[in-house]
Design a protein around this ligand. Structure first.
Ligand code: FAD
Length: 441
């Protein structure tokens, strides 16, 4: 109640663990004894002030007692002087995750500040984190809806774009193919290259009987979620050309993680299919177009990954760097610095508006608009990369420290221009559509 939000007992135990509730309630009792349980002011305006003051003190107490990570969104970042704004945190949690994903966003904000570095250095999500994501419903994209998924992706990207990508990839298959119940990987790219999907497609599907069952043989690369997936959506050459098949993890499927310097922990894998059993899920011969339905959802989510990366970077460097005095002036008071932030603010707000429109179109039409998806991906990549540049610039030499949140987010920002379709491919597509519209024939 003090936080402006009630939790059911199960949600509470999932987020904070059993026992923590009593510690917090013990703190409440102590505070109530000191400050009283009633409002002493007489005038209404003063009553409001008194209540806000008490809630503020209670919140500080909760953070101390509950032991939220010191470097978390409510705590102090390493090297920073001020604490983050809880207002923003609650705004996002309330706005983005009101339905069945209640608790999921809070779970991410609780665990990721602690685990993001580990996910990156180990190039994997540990079993506990993966199960935690499952338990809070992060893979139930169809039931939760795209708004909730995007909210989670954005929040996770502040700390770990890799974790965000795990959620987004599975959701893209779920939303694109209207399936649910597993963790999904999308297997399109082959060793020959991802830009020319049709030209490089070598994976073959031999269909049996009525054609619903198939045996798949081939090799996929850069398959995100490859090491976590329960199901693989595979593009393969069937009897009538490129077709989509759903393959369950089992005999004949082997996934090995790739050792990339970006999106470490997103489970990006080489997936060998050696006589794997699958079932046809799409229309024969229409696999590339159908795979694009899922890829467009992924491209859209890159818009939110970009926004999340920017927020994470500014959260990290802002409190320390902007208050640092250089030649007697706080860095945040130099016009040159203010204009850097103004530019980011403008780009972020424009992208956010696009994302809101794009998300409502998905809700209305049941599919992602390919143009929105292309623009969201390019704009998300640009925003994240520009924010990484600004963050390092504001920090000066210390912006190059290894093993930091800034380093991780900067490394991840670069990938957004390649994954889910290279930037040039999207520019070609956007340009071709624009020429068609304005040429007048
Ligand atoms: C972290 C990560 C995750 C990924 N996840 C998945 C996944 O889950 N599933 C999946 O199937 N794939 C995935 N991919 C693969 C991704 O889709 C491909 O990397 C992408 O499509 C580019 O293909 P490529 O890397 O083979 O580069 P290529 O196709 O070899 O292209 C190389 C470069 O050539 C340039 N280029 C290509 N075409 C043109 C053109 N028309 N005009 C000008 N320049 C051009 C671009 O700059 C491009 O980067 C992932 C990749 C990464 C890095």
């Amino acid at each position: 109640m003090v936080k402006g939000r009630k939790f059911k007992p199960r949600a509470w135990s999932r987020i904070h663990g059993f026992g923590s509730r009593w510690r917090v309630e013990g703190a409440f009792s102590a505070i109530k004894r000191i400050f009283g349980e009633y409002v002493t002011a007489g005038k209404f305006a003063n009553m409001a002030k008194e209540m806000i003051m008490k809630a503020f003190i209670y919140n500080i107490f909760i953070v101390q007692i509950r032991g939220l990570p010191r470097e978390g969104p409510l705590g102090r970042s390493p090297g920073s002087r001020a604490t983050q704004q809880p207002v923003d945190y609650f705004y996002i949690v309330r706005r983005e995750t009101d339905s069945m994903l209640e608790g999921a966003a809070e779970y991410l904000l609780r665990v990721l500040p602690r685990y993001a570095g580990q996910v990156d250095s180990g190039n994997a999500l540990d079993e506990e984190l993966l199960r935690g994501l499952e338990e809070v419903g992060a893979f139930k994209a169809l039931s939760a809806g795209i708004g909730d998924v995007h909210g989670l992706v954005r929040i996770a990207s502040r700390w770990s774009p890799a974790v965000a990508h795990v959620i987004a990839t599975s959701a893209s298959v779920s939303l694109g193919m209207r399936v649910e119940g597993g963790i999904y990987s999308l297997c399109v790219t082959e060793p020959g290259g991802g830009s020319d999907v049709r030209g490089n497609l070598r994976t073959a599907a031999e269909e049996m009987g009525s054609g619903d069952e198939a045996i798949l043989t081939g090799e996929k690369v850069f398959a995100s979620n490859g090491i976590y997936a329960t199901h693989f959506l595979v593009l393969a050459n069937g009897p009538q050309g490129p077709t989509l098949y759903m393959v369950e993890r089992g005999p004949g499927v082997r996934a090995e993680p790739l050792d990339l310097y970006t999106f470490r922990g997103a489970g990006v894998s080489r997936v060998a299919l050696e006589g794997a059993r699958g079932r046809r899920i799409g229309v024969p011969g229409k696999g590339i177009r159908e795979a694009l339905e899922a890829i467009n959802h992924e491209r859209l989510s890159y818009g939110y990954i970009g926004l999340g990366i920017m927020e994470g970077l500014l959260e990290e460097v802002g409190p320390g760097a902007l208050s640092k005095r250089i030649s007697g002036v706080e860095l945040g008071d130099y016009q040159g610095v203010r204009w850097m932030l103004a530019e980011l603010e403008m780009r972020a707000r424009l992208l956010e508006s696009l994302m809101n429109v794009a998300t409502s179109k998905v809700m209305r039409d049941g599919r992602a608009d390919p143009l929105d998806a292309a623009v969201a991906k390019v704009a998300g990549a640009e925003l994240a990369q520009r924010a990484a540049w600004v963050a390092v610039q504001l920090m000066g030499g210390s912006g190059f420290a290894r093993g930091t949140r800034v380093e991780r987010l900067a490394r991840d920002s670069r990938m957004l221009d390649v994954g889910a379709g290279a930037r040039e491919i999207l520019y070609d597509y956007l340009g071709e559509r624009a020429v068609r519209r304005y040429r007048g024939r």
